[in-house]
Design a protein around this ligand. Sequence first.
Ligand code: PLP
Length: 388
Amino acid sequence: MNINANYDNLEQSYLFSTIAKKVNEFIQKNPDKKVIRLGIGDVTLPLCKTVIDAMHKAVDEMGVQATFRGYGPEQGYDFLREKVQLYYKTHNVNLELDEIFISDGAKSDLGNILDLFAKDNIVLVPDPVYPVYVDTNIMSGRKVVFIDANKDNEFLPLPDKSINADIIYICSPNNPTGAVYNKTQLKEWVDYALSKNAIILFDSAYEAFISNENLPHSIYEIEGAKDCAIEFCSLSKTAGFTGTRCGYTIVPKNLGKLNKMWVRRQTTKFNGVPYIVQRGAEAVFTPEGQKEIKENIYYYKKNATLISDTLKECGIWHVGGKHSPYIWLKCPNNMKSWEFFDYLLEKAQIVGTPGAGFGRNGEGYFRLTSFGSYENTAEAMERFRKLF
Ligand SMILES: Cc1ncc(COP(=O)(O)O)c(C=O)c1O
């Protein structure tokens, strides 16, 4: 037996374990001080009532012979795929039902999709980046090249035609930076991918945070995208499904064999998302569900606005926070990411995430999130004002 030696090429990630260690040490030394965590990447508000009611009903159905469900369709039940199809229509995107695949979240499918691509493809990834894109490719031995996202391009890099990429990752609204591409910028990426015969893997996990109607929620709002892009979306941040697990992946039929290959891959390696969860997901797309999830998103966005406004007041450069739960700031006084982490913990008892943990270009930057409570966010911002 030979192991997959590509795993030896993965960089160890000490980001979240180092944060936890530093915070625990601080709390032990300063038990009387209140630490506020603004580094949370998970949602904190509970599932909304409409979703819970739908899941309760589905649980009851599972206990009755006439309504019990065993294995479901690997691609998801039509009742949910139809809702996703209608949701895309609200953004003027027409999808066929068999282009929609219900998933157990975006992370799994972002990794699984790589089954469809040859090992010798060149992968283009922005830096800083959601680490899953890089690690999944390293695990399967692919070469990854980086494109710089930085202050000069407001963390929205555009294609460099001299790079011959085969697989391109785009995340908008972005984690970790919160930056969002507009339609003109995304069109540049679509044109670049078409010219290189490349595929874009578009991660729209945060699309529900977009509130400007001119900004694209889906890459398929851009002409030509159905010929070159696969899209991954998730109910995790949209509707608090981080623990419930449900998302959807779009593989257009225009992509030639890829749609059929994905069906084959899923029917071979996946047995679908639980019926109960899919009923909960269906409820997200009802008018009541949409109203309730929007209230939760509004709550997080109020926190984001408060953070962004405070940073502005303090003269701290940042992106994100408008159409995203993430705020990406330049560490004041040219501090490095970890230096700023220690400074903020020591002086204001605020915990965030050092940007250096997301890639080379993250050094000197810092990520704050809006997933905390409003009260804690407001208190943290008061402390920021006093400090800067
Ligand atoms: C950019 C991005 N994509 C995908 C995911 C994973 O989402 P899911 O919970 O649907 O697996 C996350 C989660 O934090 C994310 O930040």
